[in-house]
Ligand binder design. Structure first.
Ligand code: SAM
Ligand code: SF4
Length: 342
């Protein structure tokens, strides 16, 4: 007779102790990157040894465990997800989950450098929507912020993505004294290109050169200026993420704001993040985590994962503690964004 004691017949849906149902997974597929954005990484990063990183097979098995527990959307991120070798195989398998109705969507956040050669293949693998991070349209400033001269490559990548049929949204981190005065020009460009734009406040994640406060630009300070130039109306549009959206008069495109510091959005949190080593972080701004890799590599992965995910749900905190107090950023977390997956 088969031993049914280890059999998980119907995995539990993921619901935390505040009654929030988890339907969205951000999965980091690598901590490596071909850029070195100053607000995200140090120039000399020590990347993880390969054996610590989940294989593509393990990343898929883990995704499947989340899908079986009610996750409907998966966003791949990193580091730079498109520099992970063989990533298209994982995307294709997740695309097949979308095609068979098990998943609503598989998306990607990318810096865009690999899109010129990968956009068509991404579409074929089942991706329909991507976020491209772009903080400036000025080649010199791009190199200054990302420590690499790649603006042209990224712009070519965005062009290739549009041509391949991918819907592109631009993410821009608002940086005081850097792209601060360029933001209206970035919005102009997005509208001309037919792209939505989301502006993001910089968050205190990991050590960087210099003080984070020096480049922190509260979006509340930026909005009135944008509103005099464009007629912005708060919109009920939601993508399931933390952005608040504004409709722009005369355009079909939208402006989104992600304001972790000036406007906490944790009440409706529907997400968890998994690093490329299989740690699940229940909140970007807290250190609590559970090791899913040990569960995945154990003798009885089904049962171990069920237990680990149950533990994670109990530990999911109410929210992050990022804030500005007396001109200092507080609620700081030691991990870089590239480690957790932005
Ligand atoms: N490499 C990809 C990219 O840049 O789109 C994906 C990973 S990156 C960590 C994801 C997003 O996090 C990017 O939009 C980036 O600008 C943002 N990011 C990184 N560090 C951040 C920080 N400290 N505060 C706010 N956003 C940050
Ligand atoms: Fe790389 Fe993205 Fe971090 Fe920039 S923001 S260093 S592109 S992971």
């Amino acid at each position: 007779m088969p031993d049914s004691s280890n059999h998980i017949s119907s995995p539990n849906l993921l619901t935390d102790t505040f009654g929030r149902h988890i339907s969205y997974l951000r999965l980091s597929v690598t901590d490596r990157c071909d850029l070195r954005c100053r607000y995200c990484m140090a120039e000399n990063m020590t990347f993880l040894p390969k054996p610590d990183v989940l294989t593509l097979e393990e990343l898929f098995d883990l995704s499947k465990a989340f899908i079986d527990r009610g996750v409907r959307r998966i966003r791949l991120t990193g580091g730079e997800p498109l520099v992970r070798k063989g990533i298209l195989t994982l995307i294709k398998r997740l695309g097949d989950e979308v095609a068979s109705g098990n998943l609503d969507e598989v998306t990607l956040t990318t810096n865009g450098t690999q899109l010129p050669q990968m956009a068509d293949a991404l579409y074929r693998a089942g991706i329909r929507r991507i976020n491209v991070s772009l903080d400036t349209l000025d080649a010199k400033l791009f190199e200054e912020i990302s420590r690499r001269d790649r603006l042209e490559q990224v712009l070519d990548g965005i062009k290739a993505a549009k041509a391949a049929g991918l819907k592109v949204k631009i993410n821009t981190v608002a940086l005081k004294g850097q792209n601060e005065t360029e933001i209206p020009a970035i919005l102009d460009w997005c509208l001309a290109e037919g792209l939505d734009l989301t502006l993001i406040e910089t968050m205190p994640l990991g050590d960087i050169e210099g003080a984070r406060e020096d480049s922190y630009l509260p979006l509340t300070a930026l909005l009135p200026g944008l509103n005099t130039r464009w007629n912005l109306r708060p919109s009920t549009f939601k993508t399931g993420g933390p952005a608040r959206y504004f409709a722009i008069e005369g355009s079909d495109n939208r402006l989104g704001l992600i304001t972790p510091l000036t406007g906490n959005f944790c009440d409706g949190c529907n997400r968890v993040r998994v690093t490329c080593t299989g740690r699940i972080y229940m909140c970007l701004g807290q250190d609590d985590h559970v090791d899913l890799r040990a569960a995945l590599r154990s003798d009885n992965p089904d049962q171990a994962l069920e237990a680990a995910l149950g533990k994670a749900m109990i530990q999911k905190p109410k929210g992050h503690d990022f804030a500005m107090k007396d001109n200092r950023m507080v609620g700081t977390v030691g991990r870089h964004m590239s480690a957790t997956g932005g």
